[in-house]
Design a binder for this molecule. Structure first.
Ligand SMILES: [Zn+2]
Length: 389
């Protein structure tokens, strides 16, 4: 929407500005009552004023007094939000360094998300994991390494640079997710699986960050902000599927991409809390600007491992399950995650038999075991590459 327009809804209220930060990453979120036109200005340093990013929103009013807040971390010194003329709210970020800035929007409630900074270490980990997925290069013409004098090699048991896993239990609080025919709620299933998954990953030597440990609501941007500020190496979001046709059943694993078929678009709409008609075109446009693409290959590989291990485990110890494969879709919860990220649909809660399974400790445990094996295999592949460098 062009600056000055409101789609007929009039002046928007800018209700809140939130920030999250760690040593090398800061996220700023600006919350609005409804969408109005906005634009971004980059202001060069002048005098003792650093480089600044200004976001103008019009027609808009700030809810309450102007905000000026110091921000922890090195990327953003401070954030200010103030009325700049009768109809314009200006939000300014002071950027002392030359960190990369990325901007995207989320709906319901409307908010602008600004990510500043990069994780060099994580990008290396992603690069390593990506290389591990490629065939080994043919031996070059250089001198062969003397037998028996190879450097220290990573054994099968070493985990390498993938150490910290962010486990995201979908939905929570006032958002129950999908609800099954006998009222099993997705938010309870995802939390139960996430807790089991956390215990199993810790037993394998990983550090685990749970985005939620109890029945609480977390906005999508909080989930990835948590993952990014915790410097997670992998992000695994746990969900349960639903479909109006109750015969639909099976397990599928997603990695982030622009929705590319109607079913994926509808599913993404549901998980994103949108109507299916709300096209992802705006986000798709912004997506092309995000780091998500850099880790798409690693995310795809992790998704393939998760899908394979979950289906194999369920088949051998619970019963048959339909393998719906690995797919890509535009999941907002994965958008802005600066690490390989996947979303597992662990079964159809809308299907009576699978609803019963999803509510059972045995099935939850088997799914958690499958994801744990997948993460461990992914991490070991990465360790071998790290040792070979
Ligand atoms: Zn869900």
């Amino acid at each position: 929407m062009p600056l000055g327009e409101s789609g007929g809804e009039g002046t928007a209220t800018v209700s809140e500005v939130r920030t999250w930060s760690s040593g090398d990453y800061t996220r700023v979120a600006i919350y609005l009552s409804h969408w109005v036109g906005w634009h971004k200005l980059e202001l060069a340093p002048e005098g003792d004023r650093p480089r600044r990013l200004a976001l103008d929103l019009r027609p808009a009013q700030l809810d309450g007094k102007a905000v000026e807040r110091a921000v922890a971390g090195d990327q953003v010194d401070r954030v200010r939000a103030a009325q700049n003329g009768p109809n314009t709210v200006r939000v300014v970020l002071d950027l002392p360094g030359d960190d990369k800035v990325q901007l995207f929007t989320l709906d319901d409630p409307p908010r602008l998300i600004v990510d500043v900074g990069t994780h060099a270490a994580i990008h290396q980990a992603i690069a390593g994991a990506t290389r591990a997925a490629e065939p080994a290069p043919a031996p070059g013409p250089g001198p062969a390494a003397p037998a028996g004098k190879a450097g220290p090699s990573a054994g099968e048991g070493e985990l390498g640079p993938i150490r910290r896993i962010v486990v995201d239990a979908g939905h929570g609080g006032h958002d129950p997710g999908a609800i099954g025919p006998t009222r099993v709620r997705e938010k309870d299933v995802t939390l139960a699986i996430a807790r089991r998954l956390a215990r199993k990953l810790e037993a394998e030597g990983f550090q685990v960050v749970l985005t939620r440990r109890d029945d609480r609501f977390l906005a999508l941007e909080e989930r990835t902000a948590l993952a990014n500020t915790a410097r997670g190496d992998l992000f695994v979001s746990v969900h349960a599927n639903a479909h109006p046709r109750r015969v639909r059943a099976g397990v599928e694993t997603y990695f982030l991409n622009v929705a590319d078929d109607r079913y994926a678009a509808r599913l993404a709409a549901r998980e994103n809390g949108l109507d299916a008609e709300d096209g992802p075109s705006e986000v798709a446009r912004i997506l092309s600007d995000l780091d998500a693409k850099a880790s798409a290959d690693s995310s795809r590989r992790l998704a393939q491992l998760v899908q394979r291990e979950v289906c194999a485990g369920v088949r051998s110890r619970v019963g048959d399950v339909k393998d719906l494969g690995v797919k890509s879709a535009l999941f907002y919860v994965l958008l802005g995650a600066r690490m390989p990220a996947v979303l597992v649909e662990t079964g159809f809660i809308s299907n009576r038999a699978e609803e019963r399974r999803l509510g059972s400790a045995r099935y939850q445990d088997e799914v958690a075991s499958g994801i744990t094996r997948a993460v461990t295999q992914f991490a070991r592949g990465d360790a071998r590459v790290a040792a070979a460098r």
